[in-house]
Write a protein of this length. Structure first.
Length: 268
């Protein structure tokens, strides 16, 4: 990519936007797993530097590496993403910038605490862990070679607040874990619904029905009536689910599973 230092502000702004989109598309194509967590403020900084001066200064590359590590992105995926930037810009890879990126990643990765896969309110899986499991199912298949499915147990929303109280969420998590123990299921609470990824079998379907009944019995029916929807999960749909946020789990739908609260880290 040529230098943009002689161009007008409008031309430079357009070039930055174009490079940003090209980088994003190239990164997705070369293996970026979860589309929803690609963009960071540090991404914009790196794009601005490369588009205006044709280089990525060491501090900008280092900051991007640190930000990727803080968000739970592995070193291999971080470096592949950075290579995609130069491919999108039609430039040779800047090895010095790549080294700075790796240094920034390593410094944060060494100090960052272990990321939990358990939601503190319910004790169920975090959104990041649930997505990771979907990704594993789509990439490697299930070790039992059984078909997987996703169930959504839709709950009534709270009447006087934006979310259910933490004590009810804790009891909800205990009930779900107790009913699904031993089924191989992974469950997550999000948007007034319990999402369950599980090996599809007659026994597990029966356990899910019992789980719904147990949820409806909590606190004198505070979460009743509940509705359950079942979506057999093909490999193609699992791949889509793992790389994006989706709601609902329908083959005809595009991306989106709306989040609740702060954005969860993508790696667990």
């Amino acid at each position: 990519m040529t230098s943009f230092r002689t161009k007008s502000f409008a031309e430079c702004a357009f070039s930055r936007h174009l490079l940003l989109r090209r980088w994003q598309t190239t990164s997705y194509r070369t293996g970026w797993r979860f589309h929803a967590d690609w963009f960071l403020p540090e991404v914009r900084t790196v794009v601005r530097c490369l588009a205006t001066s044709s280089i990525v200064p060491a501090p900008a590359a280092k900051s991007l590496g640190a930000a990727r590590a803080m968000n739970g992105v592995g070193i291999s995926e971080t470096m592949t993403d950075f290579r995609a930037l130069f491919e999108a810009a039609e430039q040779s890879l800047d090895v010095d910038a790549l080294q700075s990126l790796a240094e920034g990643w390593a410094e944060v990765a060494e100090l960052a605490p272990a990321l939990s896969c358990t939601d503190v309110y319910t004790g169920l899986a975090t959104q990041a862990h649930f997505q990771r499991r979907l990704h594993e199912v789509s990439t490697f298949g299930d070790e039992s070679s059984r078909q997987n499915a996703v169930a959504r147990i839709l709950l009534p929303g709270p009447s006087q607040s934006r979310t259910h109280c933490w004590t009810l969420l804790a009891r909800l998590g205990e009930a779900v874990k107790g009913q699904l123990r031993g089924t191989g299921a992974v469950a997550m609470y999000q948007d007034c619904a319990v999402h369950v990824l599980f090996p599809l079998s007659e026994g597990n379907l029966s356990r899910l029905a019992e789980c719904k009944t147990a949820i409806e019995a909590l606190e004198d029916g505070a979460l009743s009536p509940a509705r359950m929807k079942l979506y057999p999960l093909s490999s193609a749909l699992a791949a889509t689910a793992a790389s994006t946020l989706m709601t609902p789990y329908k083959p005809s739908d595009k991306h989106g599973m709306p989040g609740t609260g702060p954005k969860a880290s993508r790696t667990t």
